[in-house]
Design a protein around this ligand. Structure first.
Ligand SMILES: [Zn+2]
Length: 386
């Protein structure tokens, strides 16, 4: 029997609202806390959880950014040859191309070209080139691996590239062998299901039942092999059902202003990010979009959302869509889908969750606090500063 065992199970997109509405594991995990998410996608939220720091410190927000360098220069010469476009814009082709580039450039992080037009790629950099779980990957902030490594606890962090079943299976076998005392287990399947089926109660029920089965097994195995088990199920954000669609590219772009000369723009699923190259274009461009369902973020809002980057690497101006409204087509996808995340953290459907068997040593307010909770539990195994 082990004395103490700490398990953090991360479930992408397990929102507080849905967990409550579907009474997901209400009896087994009676401690249920809403936790404020971080504006952005998993590309923002996960580094925030892994470091406890805001995007302005760990540097990760949306995948495509402006840093003064670009790994996509070659597309300047290559893009005229990528024809016919419908072939090269096919998502499978883009996926394959993304994998080739990642291999060529030796990227270890999650890399995907999504649907950013090939001729626009040379204007941008990509933020997740490195595996964010690797040592020092979120420097200057220490990440979970740095923190656990320094703590001296025996730990296991599952591989985000692997499927949920494999990650759970590996953790179960390892717990049974009493190999480690701290587990961070990554699961991402629920996110994929909710994006496409959040509006279908039977499918959501089924997905929750599958997750509950996995969690149940983890709990059972953990209690079999340890006297004292601290188990936490945590998430990065929720999933907001679609209420509308906005196609902002034709609204923003058009004479007399030209992409690359007067402005640059990135179309995320819930945000339009604008870089102004010609100062005279700023007001007219912003006015063009002003009538869409959403608003340009004020400097105070950017600050409150922790995205007031001093170098404006993620945009000079950001237009955030109202909760439920999706930008489509966007640089992320051709069509709107039933569910999306990346809305204001004030949107209840975006709220993340912490579910547990017993109260945590302190209540996390934002998802950045998950890092502090993990650190506190690691310290409980070794003592602070050990
Ligand atoms: Zn997602």
């Amino acid at each position: 029997m082990m004395k103490k065992l700490k398990i953090f199970l991360f479930s992408d997109a397990l929102g507080y609202e849905l967990a409550q509405r579907y009474r997901f594991m209400q009896d087994e995990l009676p401690v249920r806390l809403p936790v404020r998410t971080q504006l952005g996608y998993s590309s923002t939220a996960v580094p925030t959880i892994l470091s406890g720091e805001p995007p302005t410190v760990h540097g990760h927000f949306s995948f495509f950014c402006r840093t003064g360098v670009t790994p996509f220069r070659f597309f300047k010469y290559l893009h005229p040859f990528l024809r016919p476009r419908f072939v090269f814009d096919n998502h499978r082709v883009r996926h394959k191309l993304s994998r080739l580039i990642a291999k060529w450039k030796k990227y270890t992080g999650y890399f995907n070209l999504y649907r950013v037009p090939y001729d626009r790629l040379p204007y941008f950099d990509y933020c997740e080139k490195k595996d964010i779980y690797a040592p020092g990957a979120l420097a200057p902030a220490p990440n979970i691996r740095d923190m656990l490594g320094a703590s001296g606890v025996r730990y296991h962090i599952s591989d985000w590239r692997r499927g949920d079943d494999e990650n759970i299976r590996k953790a179960l076998a390892s717990i049974a062998r009493k190999e480690y005392e701290f587990y961070f287990i990554y699961t991402g399947q629920l996110d994929g299901i909710l994006h496409f089926h959040v509006h279908e109660p039977e499918v959501v029920e089924e997905a929750f039942a599958a997750l509950a089965k996995q969690v149940g097994k983890l709990l059972e195995t953990a209690h079999q092999h340890a006297e004292d088990v601290a188990f936490y199920l945590m998430s990065d954000h929720g999933m907001t059902p679609r209420t509308g669609v906005a196609d902002l590219r034709p609204v923003l772009e058009g004479a007399p202003f030209r992409f690359g000369r007067d402005f640059l723009a990135c179309y995320d699923s819930t945000m339009l990010r604008l870089w102004v190259l010609n100062p005279e274009a700023r007001t007219p461009l912003m006015e063009r979009v002003a009538g869409a369902p959403g608003h340009w973020l004020s400097e105070d809002e950017k600050k409150a959302f922790n995205i007031d980057f001093s170098d404006n690497s993620y945009g000079d101006e950001i237009f955030l869509l109202d909760p439920g409204v999706q930008l489509a087509p966007s640089d992320m996808g051709a069509k709107a889908i039933p569910g999306m995340h990346g809305y204001s953290p004030d949107d209840p459907d975006s709220t993340a969750a912490l579910l547990a068997e017993r109260p945590p040593p302190f209540d996390p307010v934002t998802i950045a606090d998950f890092f502090r909770l993990m650190r506190r539990e690691a310290e409980d195994l070794r003592g602070p500063g050990a």
